[in-house]
Design a protein around this ligand. Structure first.
Ligand code: ATP
Ligand code: MG
Length: 419
């Protein structure tokens, strides 16, 4: 029996890898333009980090983590998201001692035990950014601006940016009281998940997708209507900054991130074409997370963006990613002497930065030309005994079919002129 890839995982085949390369390169480029530096953290962390950093009450920690005990008896988890590891690293490496803010981006695989479907995998990938040490809402707008600039550079235009404010510990505390008061009598009619969330994480009840709960909770009090003056002022500043940047948004009071250390700005970027898994980017402010994970009081904000969902969105918008260019040179040979010359010349070309290839399957000369076409070669160099005797090669332009005889000793100069 042959072994298949585990459920919820996907190979990126050579026929698709160029798309990944393209979006990764572009993301790095956009982040760099915004003054962000790359950070790479390990694939696995102590399980405790995610319990504290993502939160015990979240779906991720309760049922989606790939956790195991390693041979040394440590509780280890494959990273389900990018923020907690970056916060851990920020604290551990004392990045807070550098000039602030610390502006970071990452590209990472993530692992979540979820029910696989289009745009939802068990091993998937994220682009993300995190900023530490700046409380000013201009940074919130900048972070959103990165995501929007990236989508714009890719030519995706029909996305909706949804923003909300989920307040600070002070107004959230007051709001939670109002919310629980409202929910008290409805509780018996709500689903088990909502009932579980009532004590520990009541704001997440807003997020419930069960129809009967939605029906019951039509007039649920919303955080945005209860934020304090300071939070309101920051939210207005965020909106003002977005407008200055010509970024359209809608206020969506239903965006919640129920954990205590998530504060103020919460946002999502949604594509309406890729079905149920329409959220292509999610982020927000977490002014208490660094402290929660043992660091000095430091505000933070960031987002995570699914790469598989991004590629699906591109596909659904019929946006073609430029195909990589083919080979510069294919060397076709007739006879064993020519083949030896090809081995020598091929390696020399490659060392000079020219992309080049030859046949390795003893193809006939006709089949070698076919192969050269398949590899999308710009030029083919033909070498046979006659040519070797004269110290020349034939250079064929594969587009125009034009052929030129070139002195072997001049070949580098001639090629560099043409490529
Ligand atoms: P969703 O609402 O789709 O479950 P989420 O709230 O769990 O998303 P985040 O934890 O905010 O998502 O992750 C950020 C982004 O990562 C999402 O917007 C999405 O694009 C992507 N993502 C999340 N989970 C998956 C998954 N299982 N497979 C592929 N992409 C994912
Ligand atoms: Mg999820």
């Amino acid at each position: 029996m042959s072994i298949k890839a585990p459920r919820g995982t996907k190979d990126v085949l050579p026929s698709d890898a160029y798309k990944w390369n393209y979006v990764e390169h572009l993301f790095r480029d956009v982040c760099t333009r915004f003054g962000y530096k790359e950070i790479r953290t390990p694939i696995f962390e102590h399980t405790e980090l995610f319990k504290r950093g993502v939160g015990e009450t979240t779906d991720i920690v309760q049922k989606e983590m790939y956790s195991f005990e390693d041979n040394g008896g440590r509780d280890i988890t494959l990273k389900p998201e990018g923020t907690a590891p970056v916060v851990r690293s920020f604290i551990e490496n004392k990045l807070y001692a550098d000039t602030q803010p610390t502006k970071l981006f990452y590209i990472t695989p993530c692992f979540r035990y979820e029910r696989p479907q289009a745009g939802r995998l068990r091993a998937f990938h994220q682009f993300g950014v995190e900023v530490f040490g700046a409380i000013n809402p201009s940074v919130d707008a900048e972070v959103i601006g990165i995501a929007m600039a990236f989508y714009k550079a890719l030519g995706i235009s029909n996305l909706e940016l949804r923003i909300n404010s989920i307040g600070c510990p002070e107004c959230r505390g007051k709001y939670n009281k109002i919310l629980k008061e409202y929910l008290k009598e409805k509780l018996p009619k709500l689903c088990k998940t909502c009932q579980d969330r009532y004590e520990r994480n009541p704001m997440r009840i807003i997020d419930c997708k069960v129809e009967s709960c939605k029906e019951q909770l039509k007039d649920i009090p919303l955080m945005i209507d209860h934020i304090c003056d300071a939070c309101k002022e920051d939210f207005e500043k965020l909106k003002e900054n977005l407008s200055l940047m010509d970024i359209e948004y809608v206020v969506d009071p239903n965006i919640v991130r129920g954990l205590d250390y998530y504060t103020k700005t919460a946002f999502e970027i949604v594509s309406n074409e890729i079905g149920a898994q329409g959220t292509v980017c999610g982020g927000g402010r977490y002014d208490r997370l660094v402290e929660e994970l043992g660091g000095p009081k430091t505000p933070g904000i960031g987002f995570g963006m699914g790469i598989e969902r991004l590629l699906l969105t591109l596909q659904n918008n019929n946006i073609e990613i430029p195909k990589p260019k083919g080979l510069d040179i294919f060397i076709a040979t007739i006879g064993e002497r020519a083949n030896k010359e090809a081995v020598r010349l091929l390696h020399k070309l490659r060392l000079e930065g020219i992309s080049a290839d030859k046949d390795h399957l003893n193809r006939s000369i006709k089949a070698q030309f076919k192969y050269a076409n398949k590899l999308n070669a710009s030029y083919t160099i033909v070498i046979g005994d006659d040519e070797l005797d004269k110290d020349v090669v034939i250079l064929k332009n594969m587009e125009t079919s034009e052929q030129t005889e070139i002195q072997l000793s001049n070949i580098m100069r001639e090629l560099k002129e043409r490529l």
